[in-house]
Design a binder for this molecule. Structure first.
Ligand code: ADP
Ligand code: ASP
Ligand code: MG
Length: 403
């Protein structure tokens, strides 16, 4: 018996039948004597639908108003789940992000949680109530509603688990756990019984959206026991933790990220300080730069290419063009038909052959690599988007990761 935080994703609460399915799973945990905090996402495609609705009115709506709109999705599911639990005769209360004390910074649409003031949640738990909290949303210092970025409900759950010192944070979703690749792309992918925080963080940051990357970051920082598991099947999921006890695999998983665009500054002066100039201009606009490639100088010039999230592409291009009198690029070009494919594994550090094997798989599949970047436990390539799924399949096969 203890305190358990359970998070249910959008597909898990998509309709009335599924809401009751979630209610009964929550009640099982509650009836076993545990205190339960439930974090819910918006039902099914609600968030996407709300974004479409906004576009019908104003496709340049402010982020503040977008957050007000999008947070409504979670408010619907939290109340519906509470009603289902009421109907099944257990004491329950639903709370918005604000009521639950989810304090964030001021960055609308991708706010970070600064502090969870858990008193209200604790007060309700002390009354032996099941507490339901709206995921994905918080409140900033101006008392405005903020959202945490797409997929952010995972992070709400981990933050609450950390703040209340929960014994376990379960992330219920529409697959059985974390696999060696997205099972929708590679049906024969293997489910992992365990994965380390570091590996999961790299996978999530590389596009494996089964977990919001920030949730893994928080889980690692506060040592939260985390499990990813199915809402629909009662089978053990994947445990995310500090150390692996199972056999070390060279490659833990493959991820694909379509949320990238490439920008190239062609023929900028090959002089000290250029990169600093360009990236500080972008940093001021809060544009995050990922894979960076700089060519060798020739005739006193060089090319600098890098990737940004598709959402940041417009701001990045506008900023660069507006500052090109300082930067001095001959042309600024972009390509948003690219994808990043990454392999992740703590075992790869010690093996120089891993990169070669990955590139061979791509060569065999006749896929051209545009850019490469590496970290200690990750290798990423930028390729044409049309080749991305083929690349994931080919690499998965080459490393023999199938079940
Ligand atoms: P939820 O609505 O429950 O938050 P998400 O759609 O955010 O669900 O995340 C679950 C999805 O993540 C799965 O349906 C799967 O397609 C995708 N996914 C991507 N990479 C992986 C992976 N390595 N393992 C498991 N699922 C993955
Ligand atoms: N509903 C939000 C989204 O679709 C948050 C979440 O599902 O985690 O991004
Ligand atoms: Mg999700």
């Amino acid at each position: 018996m203890g305190l358990i935080v359970q998070k249910f994703g959008g597909s898990s609460v998509a309709n009335a039948e599924r809401v009751f399915n979630v209610a009964s799973r929550v009640i099982d945990t509650y009836d076993a004597g545990n205190d339960v905090v439930v974090v819910v996402s918006a039902q099914g495609d609600t968030t996407d639908d709300l974004i479409e609705k906004a576009k019908e009115i104003n496709d340049r709506a402010s982020k503040r108003e977008m957050d007000v709109l999008l947070s409504a999705g979670e408010q619907i599911s939290m109340s519906l789940l509470a009603m289902a639990i009421e109907k099944l005769g257990r004491p329950v209360v639903s709370l918005t992000g604000w009521q639950a004390g989810m304090n964030t910074d001021i960055n609308y649409s991708r706010a970070r949680i600064k502090r969870v003031v858990g008193e209200r949640i604790q007060l309700e738990l002390d009354k032996r109530k099941i507490v339901i909290v709206a995921g994905f949303q918080g409140i900033n210092k101006y008392d405005d509603i903020t959202t945490l970025g797409r997929g952010g409900s995972d992070t709400s759950a981990v933050a609450i688990a950390a703040a209340l010192g929960a014994d376990l944070c379960q992330i219920y979703t529409d697959v059985r756990g974390v696999y060696t690749a997205d099972p929708r792309i590679v049906p024969e992918a293997t489910m992992l019984s365990e994965i380390t925080y570091d590996e999961m963080l790299e996978l999530a940051s590389a596009g494996a959206n089964v977990l919001h990357n920030r949730s893994v970051e928080l889980a690692k920082k506060f040592n939260v026991n985390m499990e990813v598991l199915s809402s629909f099947e009662k089978v053990p999921g994947t445990i995310v933790k500090e150390e692996n006890t199972v056999e070390k695999m060279l490659i833990r998983g493959i991820a694909r990220d379509n949320d990238v665009a490439r920008i190239s500054l062609v023929n900028v002066k090959d002089a000290p300080g250029k990169a600093f100039q360009i990236f500080s201009i972008l940093a001021k606009k809060k544009v995050n730069v990922d894979v960076i490639l700089q060519s060798i100088g020739r005739d006193g010039n060089k090319d600098i290419s890098f990737t940004v999230a598709t959402n940041d592409l417009e701001v990045a291009l506008n900023t660069l063009n507006a500052n090109n009198s300082i930067i001095g690029a001959e042309t600024i070009v972009h390509d948003d038909n690219v994808s990043k494919v990454s392999i992740v594994g703590a075992g790869m550090t010690a093996d120089p052959g891993v990169a070669a094997t990955m590139f061979e798989a791509l060569y065999d599949a006749d896929i051209n690599i545009q850019m490469i970047s590496t970290s200690e436990i990750r290798i990423s390539v930028l390729i044409d988007r049309k080749d991305a799924e083929k690349a994931v399949k080919a690499i998965h096969k080459k490393f023999e990761l199938h079940d």
